[in-house]
Design a protein around this ligand. Sequence first.
Ligand code: FE2
Ligand code: FE2
Length: 416
Amino acid sequence: MNPFLIQPDKSENARKDNWNNICVKPCVKEETAPYTRVRMILMNGTEFETVQFLHRFSRMCTNNELRRELSLLRRNAQIRQKRLAALKPENENLLEHTIGYEQLAVDLTAILAKREKNTYVKKQFDFALLEDFDHLYRYADLMELEKQGDPAKLVGDYTEIMPGRPTIAEQRHPYDDVKFYINHYLSDLNTRLNVNIITAAEQQTMNYYMNVGNFYATPLGRRMFTEIAMIEEQHVTGYGGLKDPSATWLENLVMNAYTSCFLYESCRNDETDERIAEIYTRHLSDCIADLAKCALLLEKYEGKVWQQLFPEGGDLPELIAFRSQKDYVRNVLKTVRLTAVEEGFEELALVPDDFRYFAYNKRIAGNPDSVATHIAVRETIRTYGKDYRLEDKPHPVTELASRTEDNISVGREKSA
Ligand SMILES: [Fe+2]
Ligand SMILES: [Fe+2]
């Protein structure tokens, strides 16, 4: 499918949006399939990115004729985001919703990493994957400890829940999050899509924690959200840093609209809930119309045609589909001792003793016994005799296999 070649209905009334079809009925929590929940979060994040991008673009733009067009595009994206937001199950609590965010982070990152041909970009994906994987485990333990829900029911049989790179080890100096960026014109279309998709998804997670972390009811949970929120800041710096900063606002505008078309087409094909699949189909046709508008703006204001940005011709590449990524994640777990060193990644054991990571990590953690993301697991062990995890077989990293002892050394101490 080539979204540039589909003739959209250009009339403003074509959309027929009104409160009735925007404020749709929420999903029923007990009947929502894990990957249906995950896809809803993904598409919500995609629309978030479009809205935020268009606001920033508008504030940097001196031409009101163009700003009116951006306002219209932004309103369209807001309407789609509101419809997706309305789908969230009414009785889903904060922690249940959070488990959905981290499951998305794990499985989406794995899906994109597997299709990524640029080995440098793939390294960043695999690196952050193990951190979100650990977040999922620690939130699941908090959920078990505070009886906030059933992690197994939420993630289904798709995703294992066990330690990744221990969250205490993830806190690193901001200088080491900044990555080399790709070339927008020379990179493979899949690479450009992957970077765009994951940056939006992680950005949404970062924003979510910024907004809701202090809504959690218990002091332990509030501290956990704070610690993990800082890692999402690191992830957004890492992923966002891969995007080509020399691409113009209008080039990015076209690429974002194209990314939305790719994701809606993927999700509508993948969706098992008919009602939600229909919403994705409706949003896809809206996005195709928006993409046509974005391409016109690129031509009018920069004198470029969309074909210059899509030398492959504009056909959507192979779609993504949510399938279990357990084997892939287990394989990546072998790299759990990597740390970030400037633009690269290094085995922690090979990093000099005076490298800034150690001082930063030590300072922010203070007494390691007071780190909430680890207290949650220790308390679960103390209460139930073992941690909460969902493993098909023993953990592939021996040091992380114990269910009666929480590890705070792997990836943080050179000898561990
Ligand atoms: Fe995370
Ligand atoms: Fe993340």
